[in-house]
Design a protein around this ligand. Structure first.
Ligand SMILES: NC(=O)c1ccc[n+]([C@@H]2O[C@H](COP(=O)([O-])OP(=O)(O)OC[C@H]3O[C@@H](n4cnc5c(N)ncnc54)[C@H](OP(=O)(O)O)[C@@H]3O)[C@@H](O)[C@H]2O)c1
Length: 288
């Protein structure tokens, strides 16, 4: 039996490549087949449908855009879940909300399949270098079974509880912080520029303060020139994460005023044409 991998976008293609480098035989599927070319050239088996991946896998990893997409690929026509071998394990690395992970765990159980949510912290660079951090919700024994796979793709695994959705919960918190830090820094930068400070001067000073999130130094080139803007993390997925974080907070009866405002602003940026740009282009949206 092989390890199945469905979802070969920015993150999934790099994660699957690291499984290959570790000598793990993989069977892959992606909506757009062309993105699998390099993996196939390096020995991955292509499956025509998600269902075909499931039939030949004992562990199946998914790395898809959002809950709606995961739901379709798992349970829609040619979906993989009902074709998974009884006793096999589905590891969902997509960023989804904890309520959705719990729903998928219940659906998997109906087919005799084990489920683990294992979203990742880290973007394109860490995915490429095998330096992701996995945030896991699931049974300890299941985690042991796939530890060698996670180790091939990441540098650390944090086990956050036996219950499905614990990894997704932590991921919601991390990305809410990330979105807010990016947005508030971008807004302050535009105010500073309106005060007639040069952008380079502002970046030299503001990026080196203890009050500034350290990751912002890495996005400096994307703030300095929109022409540098390669997409590490698509803005549409950051908007999705804020939508899911607000949904989760509402389910827990927690007020999230600034998080709701952030969702609104990222949504406006998405609609203004920045959906597939890096999430740091919230700055370019605010400047437009
Ligand atoms: N990029 C990051 O820095 C980062 C970091 C941590 C977590 N994440 C999370 O990881 C997940 C994947 O992100 P990514 O950056 O790799 O995104 P991406 O490059 O946009 O890849 C999305 C994946 O979902 C598939 N997909 C999209 N719509 C689909 C549909 N309607 N039916 C079937 N498949 C569909 C895509 O297939 P196609 O190739 O055919 O489009 C692709 O495989 C997201 O949940 C994201 O929030 C991303």
């Amino acid at each position: 039996m092989k390890t199945g991998f469905i979802g070969l976008g920015i993150m999934g293609s790099r994660m699957a490549a690291n499984l290959q480098k570790a000598g793990i035989e993989i069977i892959v599927n992606n909506r757009t087949r062309a993105k699998a070319s390099e993996l196939i050239a390096n020995g991955a088996v292509w499956a025509e449908t998600p269902a075909d991946v499931a039939k030949q896998s004992s562990v199946l990893i998914t790395m898809l855009g959002d809950p709606e997409i995961v739901n379709t690929v798992a349970l829609g026509e040619d979906g993989f879940l009902k074709h998974m071998n009884p006793g096999s394990l589905w590891v969902d690395c997509s960023t989804v909300d904890p309520g959705f992970s719990r729903e998928m765990a219940t659906a998997a159980k109906q087919y005799g399949v084990r489920f683990m949510d294992a979203p990742v912290a880290g973007t394109k660079g860490p995915a490429e270098k095998g330096e992701l951090v996995f945030l896991v919700g699931g049974a300890e024994a299941d985690l042991k079974e796939v530890a060698h796979l996670l180790d091939a793709m990441g540098k650390k695994t944090l086990h956050l509880g036996a219950e499905a959705g614990r990894g997704a919960s932590m991921k919601m918190l991390i990305n809410a912080l990330l979105a807010q830090a990016m947005l508030s820094f971008s807004e302050i930068l535009t105010v500073g520029e309106a005060m007639d400070f040069e952008q380079s001067k502002l970046l030299d000073i503001l990026l080196n303060l203890p009050v500034t999130a350290p990751f912002l130094s890495n996005v400096r080139p994307l703030l300095a020139d929109s022409a540098n803007a390669t997409t590490n993390f698509p803005l549409k997925w950051m908007h999705k994460d804020l939508r899911l974080a607000n949904k989760t907070a509402a389910e827990l009866d927690v007020n999230t005023g600034s998080l709701q405002k952030a969702e609104e602003l990222y949504n406006k940026a998405k609609e203004a044409g920045f959906a597939d740009s890096d999430f740091s282009s919230i700055y370019w949206y605010l400047r437009s």
